[in-house]
Design a protein around this ligand. Structure first.
Ligand code: SAM
Length: 484
Protein backbone atom coordinates (compact mmCIF):
# COMPACT_ATOMS: atom_id res chain seq x y z
CA UNK A 1 0.00 0.00 0.00
CA UNK A 2 1.35 3.43 -0.97
CA UNK A 3 1.66 5.84 1.97
CA UNK A 4 2.69 9.46 2.33
CA UNK A 5 3.38 11.58 5.40
CA UNK A 6 1.11 14.49 6.17
CA UNK A 7 1.29 17.15 8.87
CA UNK A 8 -1.96 18.24 10.42
CA UNK A 9 -3.08 20.64 13.14
CA UNK A 10 -5.91 19.60 15.44
CA UNK A 11 -8.34 21.85 17.31
CA UNK A 12 -6.13 22.05 20.41
CA UNK A 13 -3.28 23.25 18.24
CA UNK A 14 -1.17 20.13 18.74
CA UNK A 15 0.60 19.00 15.64
CA UNK A 16 -0.51 15.64 14.35
CA UNK A 17 1.70 13.50 12.18
CA UNK A 18 -0.23 10.69 10.65
CA UNK A 19 0.25 8.28 7.82
CA UNK A 20 -2.22 9.10 5.11
CA UNK A 21 -3.05 5.81 3.51
CA UNK A 22 -3.99 6.17 -0.12
CA UNK A 23 -7.14 4.25 -0.92
CA UNK A 24 -8.58 4.82 2.54
CA UNK A 25 -11.52 7.15 2.06
CA UNK A 26 -13.38 7.14 5.39
CA UNK A 27 -12.41 10.06 7.61
CA UNK A 28 -11.63 9.76 11.32
CA UNK A 29 -11.43 12.80 13.61
CA UNK A 30 -9.90 11.77 16.95
CA UNK A 31 -9.27 13.95 20.00
CA UNK A 32 -7.68 13.05 23.32
CA UNK A 33 -8.14 14.52 26.78
CA UNK A 34 -6.36 13.66 30.02
CA UNK A 35 -3.17 11.73 30.67
CA UNK A 36 -0.37 10.65 28.33
CA UNK A 37 -1.80 7.12 28.41
CA UNK A 38 -4.85 8.47 26.58
CA UNK A 39 -2.67 10.07 23.89
CA UNK A 40 -0.87 6.76 23.51
CA UNK A 41 -4.16 4.80 23.38
CA UNK A 42 -5.51 7.09 20.64
CA UNK A 43 -2.49 6.09 18.53
CA UNK A 44 -3.47 2.44 18.99
CA UNK A 45 -7.08 3.25 18.03
CA UNK A 46 -5.92 5.11 14.90
CA UNK A 47 -3.75 2.14 13.94
CA UNK A 48 -6.70 -0.27 14.28
CA UNK A 49 -8.99 2.01 12.24
CA UNK A 50 -6.47 2.75 9.46
CA UNK A 51 -6.66 -1.00 8.74
CA UNK A 52 -10.46 -0.55 8.44
CA UNK A 53 -10.16 2.03 5.68
CA UNK A 54 -9.97 5.26 7.72
CA UNK A 55 -7.64 8.24 7.40
CA UNK A 56 -7.27 10.82 10.15
CA UNK A 57 -8.59 14.31 9.45
CA UNK A 58 -8.30 17.65 11.24
CA UNK A 59 -11.65 18.87 9.94
CA UNK A 60 -14.47 17.87 12.24
CA UNK A 61 -17.14 18.85 9.69
CA UNK A 62 -15.94 16.31 7.10
CA UNK A 63 -15.47 13.37 9.50
CA UNK A 64 -17.38 10.12 9.04
CA UNK A 65 -16.39 9.06 12.55
CA UNK A 66 -15.59 11.36 15.49
CA UNK A 67 -13.95 9.76 18.51
CA UNK A 68 -13.09 11.44 21.79
CA UNK A 69 -10.74 9.71 24.20
CA UNK A 70 -11.89 10.78 27.63
CA UNK A 71 -10.69 11.40 31.18
CA UNK A 72 -12.64 10.90 34.42
CA UNK A 73 -9.97 11.85 36.91
CA UNK A 74 -11.71 15.04 38.11
CA UNK A 75 -15.23 16.33 37.61
CA UNK A 76 -14.09 19.33 35.54
CA UNK A 77 -12.35 16.95 33.07
CA UNK A 78 -15.71 15.24 32.47
CA UNK A 79 -17.52 18.57 32.14
CA UNK A 80 -15.06 19.72 29.43
CA UNK A 81 -15.73 16.53 27.46
CA UNK A 82 -19.51 16.87 27.82
CA UNK A 83 -19.29 20.36 26.29
CA UNK A 84 -17.22 18.94 23.46
CA UNK A 85 -19.81 16.21 22.82
CA UNK A 86 -22.52 18.86 22.62
CA UNK A 87 -20.42 20.69 20.06
CA UNK A 88 -19.91 17.52 17.96
CA UNK A 89 -23.67 16.98 18.04
CA UNK A 90 -24.39 20.52 16.88
CA UNK A 91 -22.01 19.99 13.94
CA UNK A 92 -23.70 16.65 13.23
CA UNK A 93 -27.17 18.25 13.27
CA UNK A 94 -26.31 21.26 11.15
CA UNK A 95 -23.52 20.17 8.80
CA UNK A 96 -23.00 16.42 8.63
CA UNK A 97 -26.03 14.29 9.65
CA UNK A 98 -24.35 10.99 8.70
CA UNK A 99 -21.43 11.60 11.09
CA UNK A 100 -21.09 9.02 13.88
CA UNK A 101 -19.82 10.04 17.33
CA UNK A 102 -18.04 7.72 19.77
CA UNK A 103 -16.67 7.98 23.30
CA UNK A 104 -13.50 6.08 24.24
CA UNK A 105 -11.51 5.63 27.44
CA UNK A 106 -12.22 6.31 31.09
CA UNK A 107 -15.57 8.14 30.82
CA UNK A 108 -16.83 5.41 28.48
CA UNK A 109 -15.89 2.84 31.11
CA UNK A 110 -17.34 4.83 34.01
CA UNK A 111 -20.66 5.77 32.43
CA UNK A 112 -21.07 2.76 30.15
CA UNK A 113 -24.50 2.64 28.48
CA UNK A 114 -25.70 5.84 30.22
CA UNK A 115 -24.41 7.79 27.20
CA UNK A 116 -26.46 5.68 24.78
CA UNK A 117 -29.64 5.02 26.70
CA UNK A 118 -30.29 8.04 28.93
CA UNK A 119 -28.38 10.86 27.32
CA UNK A 120 -28.47 9.66 23.68
CA UNK A 121 -25.52 11.87 22.77
CA UNK A 122 -23.27 9.25 21.16
CA UNK A 123 -23.49 6.26 18.79
CA UNK A 124 -20.54 4.30 20.15
CA UNK A 125 -19.05 3.63 23.62
CA UNK A 126 -15.72 1.79 23.92
CA UNK A 127 -13.72 1.17 27.12
CA UNK A 128 -9.88 1.18 27.24
CA UNK A 129 -9.52 -2.60 26.92
CA UNK A 130 -11.95 -3.04 24.01
CA UNK A 131 -10.25 -1.18 21.14
CA UNK A 132 -9.58 -4.39 19.20
CA UNK A 133 -13.36 -4.74 18.90
CA UNK A 134 -13.61 -1.36 17.12
CA UNK A 135 -13.91 -2.86 13.58
CA UNK A 136 -17.05 -4.81 14.67
CA UNK A 137 -18.44 -1.91 16.67
CA UNK A 138 -17.94 0.56 13.81
CA UNK A 139 -19.67 -1.88 11.46
CA UNK A 140 -22.65 -1.97 13.84
CA UNK A 141 -22.76 1.82 13.98
CA UNK A 142 -22.47 2.13 10.19
CA UNK A 143 -25.49 -0.17 9.93
CA UNK A 144 -27.43 2.31 12.08
CA UNK A 145 -27.24 0.49 15.43
CA UNK A 146 -25.69 1.80 18.67
CA UNK A 147 -22.63 -0.15 19.81
CA UNK A 148 -20.90 -0.63 23.16
CA UNK A 149 -18.01 -2.67 24.56
CA UNK A 150 -16.67 -1.79 28.00
CA UNK A 151 -15.34 -5.19 29.06
CA UNK A 152 -12.11 -4.89 31.05
CA UNK A 153 -9.42 -7.46 30.30
CA UNK A 154 -6.90 -9.47 32.34
CA UNK A 155 -4.40 -9.66 29.49
CA UNK A 156 -4.87 -6.87 26.96
CA UNK A 157 -1.73 -4.72 26.46
CA UNK A 158 -2.04 -4.06 22.67
CA UNK A 159 1.57 -5.28 22.57
CA UNK A 160 1.36 -6.29 18.91
CA UNK A 161 -0.42 -3.14 17.66
CA UNK A 162 1.98 -0.74 16.01
CA UNK A 163 0.64 2.74 16.90
CA UNK A 164 0.01 5.43 14.25
CA UNK A 165 1.99 8.35 15.74
CA UNK A 166 -0.69 11.02 15.98
CA UNK A 167 0.45 13.65 18.45
CA UNK A 168 4.04 13.53 17.39
CA UNK A 169 6.82 15.92 16.46
CA UNK A 170 8.73 13.02 14.89
CA UNK A 171 11.34 13.31 17.68
CA UNK A 172 9.73 12.04 20.90
CA UNK A 173 7.27 9.18 21.34
CA UNK A 174 5.40 7.40 24.12
CA UNK A 175 5.65 3.65 24.51
CA UNK A 176 3.16 2.06 26.85
CA UNK A 177 4.59 -0.67 29.15
CA UNK A 178 1.81 -1.34 31.66
CA UNK A 179 -1.97 -0.95 31.70
CA UNK A 180 -4.38 -0.57 34.59
CA UNK A 181 -3.58 0.11 38.23
CA UNK A 182 -3.76 -1.96 41.43
CA UNK A 183 -2.99 0.80 43.90
CA UNK A 184 -6.54 1.53 44.99
CA UNK A 185 -5.78 5.06 46.19
CA UNK A 186 -9.09 6.00 47.80
CA UNK A 187 -9.48 9.26 45.80
CA UNK A 188 -8.81 7.71 42.39
CA UNK A 189 -11.15 6.41 39.71
CA UNK A 190 -8.40 4.80 37.55
CA UNK A 191 -8.59 1.21 38.91
CA UNK A 192 -12.31 1.23 38.04
CA UNK A 193 -11.94 2.72 34.57
CA UNK A 194 -8.70 1.07 33.43
CA UNK A 195 -8.90 -2.23 35.27
CA UNK A 196 -6.25 -4.27 37.05
CA UNK A 197 -2.57 -3.87 36.38
CA UNK A 198 -0.80 -5.94 33.71
CA UNK A 199 2.55 -5.58 31.99
CA UNK A 200 3.52 -5.77 28.36
CA UNK A 201 5.95 -8.31 26.89
CA UNK A 202 9.46 -6.74 26.94
CA UNK A 203 10.12 -8.16 23.47
CA UNK A 204 7.23 -6.18 21.99
CA UNK A 205 8.41 -3.05 23.84
CA UNK A 206 11.91 -3.45 22.37
CA UNK A 207 10.43 -4.02 18.89
CA UNK A 208 8.36 -0.84 19.13
CA UNK A 209 11.43 1.16 20.20
CA UNK A 210 13.49 -0.42 17.38
CA UNK A 211 10.86 0.76 14.91
CA UNK A 212 10.95 4.28 16.39
CA UNK A 213 14.76 4.24 16.25
CA UNK A 214 14.66 3.30 12.57
CA UNK A 215 12.22 6.15 11.96
CA UNK A 216 14.76 8.52 13.55
CA UNK A 217 12.90 9.24 16.80
CA UNK A 218 15.32 10.45 19.49
CA UNK A 219 13.39 10.18 22.74
CA UNK A 220 11.10 7.53 24.20
CA UNK A 221 8.94 7.89 27.33
CA UNK A 222 7.97 4.55 28.87
CA UNK A 223 4.40 4.96 30.08
CA UNK A 224 2.16 3.43 32.71
CA UNK A 225 0.03 4.47 35.70
CA UNK A 226 2.75 2.98 37.90
CA UNK A 227 5.81 2.08 35.81
CA UNK A 228 7.93 0.96 38.78
CA UNK A 229 5.49 -1.84 39.37
CA UNK A 230 6.18 -3.30 35.87
CA UNK A 231 6.54 -7.09 36.05
CA UNK A 232 6.56 -9.41 33.06
CA UNK A 233 6.26 -13.10 33.93
CA UNK A 234 4.75 -14.36 30.70
CA UNK A 235 1.48 -12.39 30.78
CA UNK A 236 -1.47 -11.97 33.13
CA UNK A 237 -2.39 -9.71 36.00
CA UNK A 238 0.27 -8.46 38.40
CA UNK A 239 -1.82 -9.68 41.32
CA UNK A 240 -1.62 -13.27 39.99
CA UNK A 241 2.21 -13.32 39.98
CA UNK A 242 2.33 -15.47 43.14
CA UNK A 243 0.26 -18.14 41.32
CA UNK A 244 2.71 -18.33 38.38
CA UNK A 245 5.06 -21.31 37.95
CA UNK A 246 8.48 -21.29 39.67
CA UNK A 247 10.24 -20.85 36.33
CA UNK A 248 7.94 -17.96 35.32
CA UNK A 249 8.63 -16.25 38.66
CA UNK A 250 12.40 -16.74 38.57
CA UNK A 251 12.74 -15.43 34.99
CA UNK A 252 10.39 -12.44 35.49
CA UNK A 253 11.53 -9.01 34.26
CA UNK A 254 11.00 -6.02 36.57
CA UNK A 255 11.12 -2.29 35.76
CA UNK A 256 14.81 -1.80 36.63
CA UNK A 257 15.72 -4.69 34.30
CA UNK A 258 13.46 -3.39 31.51
CA UNK A 259 14.94 0.10 31.77
CA UNK A 260 18.47 -1.30 31.76
CA UNK A 261 17.63 -3.44 28.71
CA UNK A 262 16.15 -0.51 26.75
CA UNK A 263 18.96 1.94 27.59
CA UNK A 264 21.68 -0.59 26.67
CA UNK A 265 20.00 -1.72 23.44
CA UNK A 266 19.42 1.84 22.15
CA UNK A 267 22.31 4.02 23.36
CA UNK A 268 21.36 6.85 20.96
CA UNK A 269 17.81 7.12 22.29
CA UNK A 270 17.04 9.26 25.31
CA UNK A 271 14.70 7.53 27.77
CA UNK A 272 12.17 8.98 30.17
CA UNK A 273 9.46 7.23 32.17
CA UNK A 274 6.21 8.18 33.88
CA UNK A 275 4.58 7.78 36.39
CA UNK A 276 6.52 6.53 39.40
CA UNK A 277 4.66 5.50 42.49
CA UNK A 278 6.77 6.05 45.64
CA UNK A 279 5.88 2.71 47.22
CA UNK A 280 7.19 0.81 44.17
CA UNK A 281 10.25 2.87 43.30
CA UNK A 282 13.24 0.89 44.55
CA UNK A 283 16.94 1.70 44.69
CA UNK A 284 17.77 -0.58 41.74
CA UNK A 285 15.85 1.79 39.40
CA UNK A 286 17.94 4.71 40.71
CA UNK A 287 21.15 2.73 40.13
CA UNK A 288 20.11 1.89 36.54
CA UNK A 289 19.42 5.60 35.98
CA UNK A 290 22.89 6.43 37.32
CA UNK A 291 24.48 3.77 35.07
CA UNK A 292 23.12 5.09 31.74
CA UNK A 293 23.72 8.59 30.35
CA UNK A 294 20.77 8.12 28.00
CA UNK A 295 18.25 7.83 30.84
CA UNK A 296 17.06 11.33 31.70
CA UNK A 297 17.65 12.47 35.25
CA UNK A 298 14.07 13.32 36.05
CA UNK A 299 11.55 11.51 38.25
CA UNK A 300 7.87 12.36 38.48
CA UNK A 301 7.09 11.17 42.00
CA UNK A 302 3.47 11.98 42.97
CA UNK A 303 2.95 12.24 46.73
CA UNK A 304 -0.57 13.75 47.03
CA UNK A 305 -0.11 14.93 50.66
CA UNK A 306 2.67 15.66 53.16
CA UNK A 307 0.70 14.29 56.09
CA UNK A 308 1.06 10.64 57.08
CA UNK A 309 -2.49 10.69 58.47
CA UNK A 310 -3.90 11.82 55.09
CA UNK A 311 -1.61 9.46 53.15
CA UNK A 312 -3.11 6.64 55.17
CA UNK A 313 -6.67 7.82 54.41
CA UNK A 314 -5.69 7.99 50.74
CA UNK A 315 -4.38 4.42 50.98
CA UNK A 316 -0.96 5.51 49.71
CA UNK A 317 1.28 2.70 50.88
CA UNK A 318 3.96 4.88 52.50
CA UNK A 319 4.44 7.47 55.24
CA UNK A 320 5.79 11.01 54.96
CA UNK A 321 9.10 9.80 56.44
CA UNK A 322 9.44 6.90 53.97
CA UNK A 323 8.83 9.31 51.10
CA UNK A 324 11.48 11.69 52.46
CA UNK A 325 13.92 8.78 52.71
CA UNK A 326 13.27 7.92 49.06
CA UNK A 327 13.93 11.54 48.08
CA UNK A 328 17.18 11.46 50.13
CA UNK A 329 18.22 8.36 48.16
CA UNK A 330 17.44 10.07 44.84
CA UNK A 331 19.58 13.06 45.89
CA UNK A 332 22.44 10.73 47.01
CA UNK A 333 22.46 8.40 43.98
CA UNK A 334 21.47 10.97 41.33
CA UNK A 335 22.66 14.38 42.58
CA UNK A 336 21.51 16.24 39.44
CA UNK A 337 18.10 14.59 39.21
CA UNK A 338 15.00 16.76 39.13
CA UNK A 339 11.87 15.66 40.96
CA UNK A 340 8.26 16.67 40.39
CA UNK A 341 5.08 16.06 42.36
CA UNK A 342 1.32 15.62 42.08
CA UNK A 343 -0.49 17.07 45.10
CA UNK A 344 -4.13 17.12 46.17
CA UNK A 345 -5.44 19.80 48.54
CA UNK A 346 -8.56 19.50 50.68
CA UNK A 347 -8.88 15.72 50.74
CA UNK A 348 -11.58 14.44 53.12
CA UNK A 349 -10.73 15.32 56.72
CA UNK A 350 -7.62 17.38 55.89
CA UNK A 351 -6.91 19.77 58.80
CA UNK A 352 -4.84 22.97 58.77
CA UNK A 353 -2.09 20.94 60.44
CA UNK A 354 -2.16 18.35 57.64
CA UNK A 355 -1.97 21.19 55.13
CA UNK A 356 1.05 22.64 56.97
CA UNK A 357 2.66 19.17 56.67
CA UNK A 358 2.16 19.39 52.90
CA UNK A 359 3.81 22.81 52.78
CA UNK A 360 6.72 21.60 54.91
CA UNK A 361 7.20 18.56 52.67
CA UNK A 362 7.34 20.91 49.68
CA UNK A 363 10.04 22.90 51.53
CA UNK A 364 11.94 19.71 52.32
CA UNK A 365 11.97 18.30 48.78
CA UNK A 366 12.02 21.59 46.83
CA UNK A 367 10.45 20.03 43.75
CA UNK A 368 11.42 21.31 40.31
CA UNK A 369 7.87 21.08 38.98
CA UNK A 370 4.40 20.26 40.28
CA UNK A 371 0.90 19.32 39.19
CA UNK A 372 -1.52 20.44 41.88
CA UNK A 373 -5.26 19.89 42.23
CA UNK A 374 -8.16 20.59 44.59
CA UNK A 375 -9.78 17.32 45.65
CA UNK A 376 -12.72 16.34 43.45
CA UNK A 377 -14.89 13.51 44.74
CA UNK A 378 -15.36 10.79 42.13
CA UNK A 379 -18.43 8.55 42.29
CA UNK A 380 -17.67 4.91 43.03
CA UNK A 381 -14.22 5.50 44.54
CA UNK A 382 -13.37 4.21 48.01
CA UNK A 383 -13.20 7.78 49.38
CA UNK A 384 -16.69 8.57 48.06
CA UNK A 385 -17.99 5.48 49.85
CA UNK A 386 -16.06 5.83 53.12
CA UNK A 387 -15.48 9.53 53.82
CA UNK A 388 -17.35 12.80 53.76
CA UNK A 389 -16.12 15.39 51.24
CA UNK A 390 -16.05 17.86 54.13
CA UNK A 391 -13.56 20.56 53.14
CA UNK A 392 -15.36 23.63 51.74
CA UNK A 393 -14.40 24.51 48.17
CA UNK A 394 -13.04 27.91 49.27
CA UNK A 395 -10.67 26.19 51.73
CA UNK A 396 -9.54 23.63 49.10
CA UNK A 397 -8.82 26.51 46.72
CA UNK A 398 -6.99 28.63 49.31
CA UNK A 399 -4.77 25.67 50.24
CA UNK A 400 -4.21 24.95 46.55
CA UNK A 401 -3.15 28.56 45.96
CA UNK A 402 -0.64 28.30 48.85
CA UNK A 403 0.80 25.06 47.46
CA UNK A 404 1.06 26.50 43.93
CA UNK A 405 2.70 29.68 45.16
CA UNK A 406 5.37 27.74 47.11
CA UNK A 407 5.94 25.42 44.13
CA UNK A 408 6.46 28.42 41.82
CA UNK A 409 9.09 29.76 44.22
CA UNK A 410 10.92 26.42 44.16
CA UNK A 411 10.62 26.07 40.37
CA UNK A 412 12.22 29.47 39.98
CA UNK A 413 14.94 28.55 42.47
CA UNK A 414 15.81 25.49 40.35
CA UNK A 415 15.75 27.22 36.97
CA UNK A 416 18.23 29.80 38.38
CA UNK A 417 20.63 26.95 39.28
CA UNK A 418 21.01 26.17 35.56
CA UNK A 419 22.13 29.68 34.58
CA UNK A 420 25.80 29.76 33.52
CA UNK A 421 25.91 26.00 32.75
CA UNK A 422 26.19 24.25 29.38
CA UNK A 423 23.45 21.62 29.03
CA UNK A 424 22.49 19.03 26.44
CA UNK A 425 19.13 19.81 24.84
CA UNK A 426 17.11 17.74 22.37
CA UNK A 427 15.39 20.02 19.85
CA UNK A 428 11.66 19.23 19.83
CA UNK A 429 10.11 22.15 17.95
CA UNK A 430 9.88 25.87 17.37
CA UNK A 431 9.45 28.09 20.44
CA UNK A 432 5.83 29.24 20.86
CA UNK A 433 6.92 32.82 21.48
CA UNK A 434 9.57 33.28 18.79
CA UNK A 435 9.67 31.45 15.47
CA UNK A 436 13.41 32.09 15.16
CA UNK A 437 14.07 30.05 18.31
CA UNK A 438 14.08 26.32 18.99
CA UNK A 439 12.61 24.75 22.08
CA UNK A 440 13.72 21.53 23.69
CA UNK A 441 14.32 20.03 27.12
CA UNK A 442 17.42 19.27 29.13
CA UNK A 443 17.80 15.96 30.97
CA UNK A 444 15.93 17.41 33.99
CA UNK A 445 12.90 18.07 31.75
CA UNK A 446 13.21 21.88 31.94
CA UNK A 447 12.23 23.73 28.75
CA UNK A 448 15.15 25.47 27.04
CA UNK A 449 14.82 28.03 24.20
CA UNK A 450 17.65 29.30 22.01
CA UNK A 451 18.26 30.85 18.53
CA UNK A 452 17.82 28.35 15.71
CA UNK A 453 21.03 29.13 13.73
CA UNK A 454 21.84 26.06 11.57
CA UNK A 455 20.49 23.45 14.00
CA UNK A 456 17.46 21.30 13.16
CA UNK A 457 14.66 19.29 14.75
CA UNK A 458 15.92 16.18 16.52
CA UNK A 459 19.49 17.46 17.01
CA UNK A 460 21.14 17.04 20.41
CA UNK A 461 22.75 20.42 21.05
CA UNK A 462 24.89 21.83 23.88
CA UNK A 463 23.30 25.07 25.04
CA UNK A 464 24.87 27.70 27.28
CA UNK A 465 22.13 28.90 29.66
CA UNK A 466 22.25 32.70 29.92
CA UNK A 467 19.07 33.52 31.84
CA UNK A 468 15.73 32.11 32.94
CA UNK A 469 12.10 32.72 33.83
CA UNK A 470 10.38 30.61 36.53
CA UNK A 471 9.78 27.76 34.06
CA UNK A 472 12.05 28.31 31.03
CA UNK A 473 15.79 28.46 30.43
CA UNK A 474 17.06 30.88 27.78
CA UNK A 475 20.37 30.17 26.09
CA UNK A 476 22.64 30.02 23.04
CA UNK A 477 23.84 26.87 21.29
CA UNK A 478 27.58 26.22 21.53
CA UNK A 479 27.74 23.11 19.28
CA UNK A 480 26.40 19.60 18.81
CA UNK A 481 26.57 17.31 21.82
CA UNK A 482 28.50 14.04 21.55
CA UNK A 483 25.16 12.17 21.50
CA UNK A 484 24.33 13.67 18.11
N1 SAM B 1 -0.46 6.97 39.13
C1 SAM B 1 -0.16 8.27 39.67
C2 SAM B 1 -0.22 8.24 41.21
O1 SAM B 1 -1.30 8.29 41.80
O2 SAM B 1 0.82 8.22 41.85
C3 SAM B 1 -1.01 9.37 39.04
C4 SAM B 1 -2.35 9.03 38.43
S1 SAM B 1 -3.59 10.27 38.15
C5 SAM B 1 -3.97 9.87 36.51
C6 SAM B 1 -2.86 11.84 38.04
C7 SAM B 1 -3.09 12.73 39.22
O3 SAM B 1 -4.43 13.21 39.29
C8 SAM B 1 -2.89 12.09 40.57
O4 SAM B 1 -1.54 11.94 40.87
C9 SAM B 1 -3.61 13.01 41.51
O5 SAM B 1 -2.77 14.05 41.98
C10 SAM B 1 -4.70 13.61 40.63
N2 SAM B 1 -6.01 13.06 41.04
C11 SAM B 1 -6.43 11.79 40.95
N3 SAM B 1 -7.68 11.67 41.47
C12 SAM B 1 -8.04 12.90 41.90
C13 SAM B 1 -9.20 13.43 42.54
N4 SAM B 1 -10.22 12.64 42.85
N5 SAM B 1 -9.23 14.75 42.83
C14 SAM B 1 -8.19 15.55 42.52
N6 SAM B 1 -7.06 15.11 41.93
C15 SAM B 1 -6.98 13.80 41.62
Amino acid sequence: MHTEKIIEENKQGQSLVAKKVTGNDKKLFIESYGCQMNMSDSEIVASILVKEGFNTTQKLEEADLVLVNTCSIRDNAEQTIRKRLQYYNSVKRTKNPSMKVGVLGCMAERLKSKFLEEEKIVDLVVGPDAYRDLPNLVEEVEAGRDAINVILSKEETYGDVSPVRLQSNGVSAFVSITRGCDNMCTFCVVPFTRGRERSRDPQSIIEEIRDLNQKNFKEVTLLGQNVDSYLWYGGGLKKDFSKASEIAQSTAVDFAQLLDLCAAEFPKIRFRFSTSNPQDMHLDVLHVMAKHNNICKYIHLPVQSGSTRILERMNRQHTREEYMELVDNVRRILPDCSISQDMITGFCGETEEDHQDTLSLLEYVKYDFGFMFAYSERPGTLAAKKFEDDIPLAVKKRRLAEVISLQLKHSHYWTKQHVGKVEEVLIEGTSKKNENEWKGRNTQNTIVVFPKEHYKMGDFVNVKINSCTSATLIGTAVGYSENN
